[in-house]
Design a binder for this molecule. Sequence first.
Ligand code: SUG
Length: 447
Amino acid sequence: MSAVEVNFDGLVGPTHNYAGLSYGNQASQQNRANPANPRAAALQGLEKMRVLSDLGVPQAVLPPQERPALATLRRLGFSGSDARIIAAAYQQAPRVFAACCSASAMWTANAATVSPSADSTDGRVHFTPANLVNKFHRSLEPETTSAILEAVFADPEIFAHHPPLPANNAFGDEGAANHTRLCGAYGDPGVELFVYGKRAFDDGTVSPRRYPARQTREASEAIARLHGLSPDRTVFVQQHPDAIDAGVFHNDVVAVGNTNLLFYHGQAFHDESRLLQDLERALAPTPLETVRIDPEQVSLDDAVSSYLFNSQLVDLGTEGTALIVPGECEAVPAVLDCLDWLRSGENAIRRVEVLDLRESMQNGGGPACLRLRVVLSPHELSAMAPGVRFDPGLHDRLKDWVQRHYRDRVTEADLCDPALLMESRTALDELSRILGLGAIYPFQREG
Ligand code: SUG
């Protein structure tokens, strides 16, 4: 058996809602205050895991986080019983409270940057949880993300866990959403591509003008150093500032790579031709394959509204590569034409699967946002916590768990219902036992 790439999908949490928290993410802004359906969201996520697993992709699950984030509200000066904290925060600081209720940890592409053992000098798998400092609601995630990753990948001889980078915009880090690994076979040394939005300490670079660049070059370089990556097989490239200004808040909204294939939009990168040269050189003797979509064919706006590139590339062996796209792609005529062309056999992609992820999509999270990829050798795979591995049995148990614990409607006003906190804690406590992860949540440790 050789190394495999495991997809860790984030389970949607019980407080999934639309609070319009992400400036620069158009779906989040446009759906602010719409009612959300956490139960449907979680079931859509589980169905995606089933489809991928049935296609032969090794699949696993990462649990949601506890929300509202009571510990954060206490740090911000709210005190008393949980119910009193929730009521006071909702009344006195409703936007802060909404941020403390977000289920945003579901987008596990932002959980961490992961480097396989084949790429690191010490032969361990390296993890750096993303600090997500650009958005307050997302900056609450790294502490529990670290606890979860350490529980899933516990053996220090095999897995190296770094703390998140310093919590400042100069080291803004959004994890695997701005990181792609290209390789021959998964177990071969690969090329790690880091895509940054701006430099923090150099005023000379072109930056986006309308929306914030969340990832800095300095953050990407720090992670490459921490993970012990070879400079010969590490490539840094700037995201096109126009793309960020068009709503591409993470690079995985306009590009996705798998093995030696890069599927991308013509305006994804600031210096596309240099990037291609750098990748070809770093990947040699493995040839780089590209599927480039011209802006004339699909505009940046259509790429953002359809999430065509926030897709998953899946290698189906002799059947070739499949592209897993969200249903929104079928609503945009230019993207529909593009899907027909992709299916035509004139390119490296042979098959297209369409998934219904509408609940997550309305917050700007497509198929690629919902998964964190971890390449593991057979030995590393056997050292991973076994309970998170997705199979038909876990699928049935999680579906039943969602149906018993999740509401089918949550608005911003529902978030201050103290019963929602109790429901969520009961659900998460049971989930950590289903997944065999022990006490990963602060409320479980408070006793
Ligand atoms: O960080 N949306 C997330 C979407 C993350 C998508 N991930 C990747 N592209 N990898 C974000 O902007 C919206 C929450 C709200 O508005 O309620 C939100 O956080």
